[in-house]
Structures are given as structure tokens and as C-alpha cells.
Design a protein around this ligand. Structure first.
Ligand code: GDP
Ligand code: MG
Ligand code: K
Length: 271
């Protein structure tokens, strides 16, 4: 039985897709400690469970929903992420996708709302997008079920471990991430050290709390303050989180430039 996390921005068709891919609820309740609904379903082929994560824009938890998703990634065992991406809002949606790919678990992307995108004169070259993200991308319309069978077929496959997406954040932050990663103990089931370090520097409080159980708070604070100061003075960035977002935004812009076509009538093919 494989465990698959369904993740995406709010209002991207997560519930619609969940209902198509599953035939029964295994669990409906709340995530522990919060009044955020948790749903787990059995895939139609009975080969795995689909876990519906709250709709989020980023893993850096500004809201309790985002905290739930980050805690899931840190604490629970799963083997794959199904990331639903709204094709009509590609640039915004890729911000979460990038963070999921940096985590390093296999990601399958359901490119939803392609009908809406098309209506707005936007089409996405899913092959180029797939190459850029180094992950399968399947165009779907979760409202009607188009493309969802093919997507379900990909989920049934046992996937190999992925290499985490590597974005270079420049020498200052890379060095700081190395320093922090070196202090994190080798513990089975812990997320990749580089991902933890990056999320920490971005200001992810869930990750910070986790790291506090291995590293003295004073050490964490010193490394954070030094890095923040260097990024501001040498990179001329407003803040460290701002700098990280800007690097990601530039990376996403490059992806959008090659994969998004405006004003052309490109057809989507569904199996
Ligand atoms: P969630 O908030 O991510 O769980 O999204 P929902 O599944 O609740 O969908 C939000 C709205 O978008 C609903 O009205 C759906 O019917 C609609 N929707 C979902 N997928 C599609 C799609 O591919 N195309 C269109 N046009 N509407 C969709
Ligand atoms: Mg929903
Ligand atoms: K169903």
C-alpha cells in the first residue's frame, strides 16, 4: 500500500480530483490539534491511499493550514506527492511545486483547469514543463474527469526515489545551509537536511521547532542573524525570506517562459 499526499493551492480542484481518484473514505476527521479537515481515501485500484492536504500557497506556514501540510511532510511516512496545479495560474502555483520538488519525494503533477486556461488564451506545453520540473505532468479537467484515468495510472506505479530539485541560492546562503545541515543528526525518516535548512532560513516555524530539538536555540539564532545580515548587506536584499522568494521567482519565470504559450490555440490531448 502506497501513501500519496495530494497537495496544491486552494481552489485548484483538489476535492474534485480526490473524489475521482478514490472510491471510499478510509478516514474523515480533523488533523491532530487543529480544526482543519483531514480526508484519506482509498485509490480506485486499491493500491494506495490518497491523503488530502489543506490547500496552501507555500510550505512556510503563515496559516494553520500551511502548518498542517508542513507537519505532514516532516512527521508522516508517504512515498509520493500528487501536486495539483492550476494551469490558468501557473506562475503562482509553481511556488508550492518548487518547494515540494526541493523536498525530493517523487512528484506527479496534475495540470488542472486546462479548460479555463484555454478559455483565457493560455496553453501550456506540458512536455516542456515536465522536462523543466523533471517530473510527469498530465493535463486534466477534474470537473469532468478528462485525463484523470491516465493520471491514476501513474499513481499506481511504484516510483523510485527522486533527486531533490536543486536551485542554487548563492554562496552566502549555500554556505549557511551547509553549516546548518552539518549540525542536523542522521535520523531515519527526517526530511532532507538541505530542505530543512532552507525552510529554516525562510522562516518556517514548524521546521525551526523541529531543529530546536537537535540544535541549541542560541546556535540557531546566531546562524540566522549572521546570514540575514550578510544577505542584506552583500546581496542588497530586503530580508532573507524575501531573497529566497526572489531566487525562486526567477527560477519559476524561466520555467514559465519556456512552457507557457499565450494567445495560441494549442489543443490538449486526453487519453
Ligand atoms: P479545491 O478547493 O482545491 O478542493 O477545489 P474544488 O475541487 O472544490 O474545485 C473548486 C471549483 O473549481 C469547483 O467549482 C469545481 O467544480 C471547479 N473545478 C475543479 N476542477 C476544474 C476544472 O478542471 N475545470 C473547471 N472549469 N472547473 C474546475
Ligand atoms: Mg477542497
Ligand atoms: K469515485
Amino acid at each position: 500500500m502506497i501513501e500519496i499526499a495530494l497537495a496544491g493551492n486552494p481552489n485548484t480542484g483538489k476535492t474534485s480530483l480526490f473524489n475521482i481518484l478514490t472510491n471510499s473514505y478510509e478516514y474523515v476527521g480533523n488533523w491532530s490539534g487543529v480544526t482543519v479537515e483531514k480526508k484519506v481515501g482509498m485509490l480506485n485500484n486499491k493500491k494506495g491511499h490518497l491523503i488530502d492536504l489543506p490547500g496552501i500557497y507555500s510550505l512556510n506556514p503563515l496559516s494553520k493550514d500551511e502548518g498542517v501540510a508542513t507537519r505532514f511532510l516532516i512527521e508522516e511516512q508517504f512515498s509520493m506527492v500528487l501536486n495539483i496545479v492550476d494551469a490558468s495560474q501557473l506562475e503562482r502555483n509553481l511556488y508550492l511545486t518548487i518547494q515540494l520538488l526541493e523536498y525530493g519525494k517523487p512528484v506527479v503533477i496534475g495540470l488542472n483547469m486546462v479548460d479555463v486556461a484555454k478559455g483565457r488564451g493560455i496553453s501550456i506545453d506540458e512536455k516542456k514543463l515536465s522536462e523543466k520540473l523533471n517530473s510527469p505532468v498530465l493535463p486534466i479537467v477534474a470537473r469532468t474527469g478528462s485525463g484523470c484515468k491516465e493520471l491514476a495510472g501513474l499513481l499506481a506505479n511504484e516510483q523510485q526515489e527522486n533527486q531533490p530539485l536543486y536551485i542554487s541560492y548563492g554562496s552566502i546562503l549555500e554556505k549557511a545551509m551547509d553549516q546548518l545541515a552539518a549540525k542536523i543528526p542522521d535520523i531515519d525518516g527526517l526530511p532532507p537536511k538541505r530542505w530543512l535548512a532552507l525552510q529554516f532560513f525562510e522562516g518556517n516555524d514548524v521546521v525551526r521547532t523541529l531543529l530546536q530539538s537537535y540544535i541549541a536555540e542560541e546556535e540557531l539564532q546566531t546562524l540566522l542573524a549572521e546570514t540575514e545580515q550578510r544577505i542584506q548587506s552583500e546581496e542588497k536584499a530586503k530580508s532573507l525570506p524575501y531573497f529566497i522568494r526572489a531566487v525562486r521567482a526567477a527560477y519559476i519565470q524561466d520555467i514559465v517562459d519556456v512552457s507557457l504559450i499565450k494567445g495560441k490555440d494549442v489543443k490538449y490531448t486526453f487519453s
